[in-house]
Design a protein around this ligand. Structure first.
Ligand SMILES: [Zn+2]
Length: 207
């Protein structure tokens, strides 16, 4: 029989993360956070806050959260923030529910939200981590965190390489695309490619 203590417990959900080769320090950091966090801290949580509490950079925590969502430990929430009055709209569980044109419920301003601007992402602990059935919404706490740290843009999570591979249900329907405000165009060329293609032939060189 294994010894089980509050801080030394080896939770089954942590083994789930280890199967994805998540670095051990991150698995442990999330374990400590889940053990010490109040319920409201894990409800529609700002990933930047979780990163801060875990003592890890946001760029490390986002891939960790993608994996944790795939493992059923957290659900995602997508929230649109009004650029005119700053009010946050309803949090959608699926990216497909976020409209490409929207109107603020408070000030009625109409605007186009972008994945890197005005759409942010949060995570909520599931029953695996928080067995209680209660809702733990604490808007004042969340507003204070957002004001201090800023929100995590939706695009930052979507750009995690494993996102499309691990989270199948978060797809935007064809023709309803959500835009990106600041795209980056990357151009690259292969040195001496013309000679290379001549020598190897198109099919072989392309392969
Ligand atoms: Zn508004």
């Amino acid at each position: 029989m294994k010894l089980s203590t509050q801080f030394g417990r080896r939770a089954a959900w942590q083994d789930g993360l280890r199967r994805y080769r998540i670095p051990e320090e991150q698995v442990e950091a999330l374990g400590r956070l889940v053990a010490k966090a109040a319920d409201n801290e894990l409800y529609q949580a700002n990933p930047r806050y979780l990163a801060e509490q875990m003592g890890l950079p946001e760029r490390a925590v986002l891939p960790l959260l993608v994996t944790a969502v795939a493992e059923g430990l957290f659900t995602l929430g997508w929230q649109v923030t009004c650029p005119a009055c700053g009010a946050g709209g309803e949090s959608a569980q699926n990216l497909a529910e976020v409209d490409s044109q929207t109107q603020c419920h408070f000030c009625h301003f109409q605007f186009v939200p972008h994945l890197d601007d005005k759409i942010s992402v949060t995570v909520t602990a599931t029953a695996v981590l928080r067995p209680s059935e209660k809702q733990h919404d604490d808007p004042a706490f969340r507003a204070a965190v957002d004001a201090r740290l800023g929100k995590t843009p939706a695009l930052a999570l979507i750009n995690v390489p494993d996102f499309r591979q691990l989270i199948f249900n978060q797809t935007v329907p064809e023709g309803q695309g959500l835009g990106v405000k600041r795209p980056v165009i990357f151009f690259s060329d292969l040195r001496q490619s013309t000679a290379f293609y001549h020598r190897r032939g198109d099919a072989d060189a392309y392969h």
